[in-house]
Design a protein around this ligand. Structure first.
Ligand code: TRP
Length: 329
């Protein structure tokens, strides 16, 4: 138990998770629970780097937590908590900010992209957000961090900050590595298979939300953009079909060869329906569990309160050491 490696990851509380969040991240988190000492966090402090309606944020945070449990994160096995419930994150953030350079934050591509998207609200939090994320990771002396491609740069920055701090003040932080395991497949938009599936897509048919009903899921798959070929095979230039095959493979565990054989002689229509049905059936129990957990607020509160206590007892130790090293305590 004691020598298990520690894994930490976080997800922002957006309305609901997409199929991309599920296949690319959360489903894999559940598989890591046996082998690692896992800590999973709803990153609600990160969420306010963009304008949020307070009541909606509160609701989305609670829903995201319920969804984690519904997807199979077991609060007995892992620590599952809500970032703002543990004040250590805000406190370490400041200490680390003072060991982070303006220049390195300016190079973060996500900052550039987000500030272009919200030119009227380029707040300091948006700029320093990677420092908050570094704190999330370093507070728990995490060994491994499963992150998608869009967060790799932030993880590298975390390593730089940790190394610099250790050099300046003496060894404290474990230097985290990216977790590269069974990779969560990258799920693309159903309407534009060259861009990532995103909840903020203007076209509602581009994105599957994991709590959507069966008919909606099937309908969206049936409308997925494909090519003018007719044969289900994984090949260059067939981005739409490749994406559907990737999704089908991620859910069923079948290889691309097996999928090609299964749909040999069948058209795209049959294939799309099959993918839609398989995804919908797979997600049905997640939806049922979500309904159960959401209806039991007392249970949710108990889980996240205990989660925050466990998280804080680990984080507090690191934070106290950091304060001592820097001369604040
Ligand atoms: N920044 C991540 C995202 O937007 C979420 C996140 C916050 C995170 N803290 C983290 C991920 C720590 C990994 C580790 O997706």
């Amino acid at each position: 138990m004691e020598n298990k490696k520690r894994i930490l990851s976080g997800i922002q509380p957006t309305g609901t998770f997409t199929l991309g969040n599920y296949i690319g991240a959360v489903r894999n988190w559940t598989k890591l629970q046996e082998e690692y000492d896992c800590i999973y966090m709803i990153a609600n402090m990160h969420a306010i780097t963009v304008r949020q309606d307070p009541a909606a944020l509160r609701k989305n945070t609670s829903n995201a937590y319920a969804l984690l449990l519904a997807c199979g994160i077991d609060p007995e096995k892992s620590i599952a908590f809500i970032q703002s419930h543990n004040r250590c994150h805000a406190e370490l953030n400041w200490v680390l900010a003072c060991s982070t350079q303006f220049g390195e934050l300016s190079r973060m591509t996500q900052f550039k992209a987000k500030s272009e998207k919200h030119p009227d609200d380029i707040n300091a939090g948006l700029f320093t957000y990677p420092v908050l994320m570094a704190g999330d990771i370093l507070l728990y002396q995490s060994d491994l961090v499963p992150v998608g491609a869009d967060q790799k740069q932030h993880l590298e920055l975390t390593r730089d900050i940790a190394q610099r701090f250790n050099q300046k003040y003496g060894e404290l932080f474990t230097i985290p590595e990216p977790y590269i395991g069974e990779t969560g497949a990258r799920v693309m938009s159903l309407q534009d298979p060259l861009s990532k599936m995103s909840k903020s897509d203007d076209n509602p048919n581009a994105c599957i939300f994991i709590l959507e009903d069966k008919d909606t899921i099937i309908r969206k798959f049936r409308r997925a953009v494909t090519d003018s070929d007719t044969c289900v095979r994984f090949a260059e230039g067939k981005d739409g079909i490749n994406n559907l095959m990737t999704i089908y493979s991620a859910i069923t565990g079948k290889t691309m060869d097996e999928i090609e054989r299964e749909f040999d002689g069948k058209g795209y229509g049959d294939f799309k329906t099959a993918v839609g049905e398989t995804v919908a059936d797979h997600l049905a129990p997640v939806r049922d569990r979500f309904a159960e957990f959401s209806a039991d607020k007392a249970y949710l509160e108990k889980c996240w309160t205990e989660g925050a206590q466990k998280a804080e007892s680990i984080a507090r130790r690191t934070l106290s050491k950091a304060y001592r090293k820097v001369g604040l305590a």
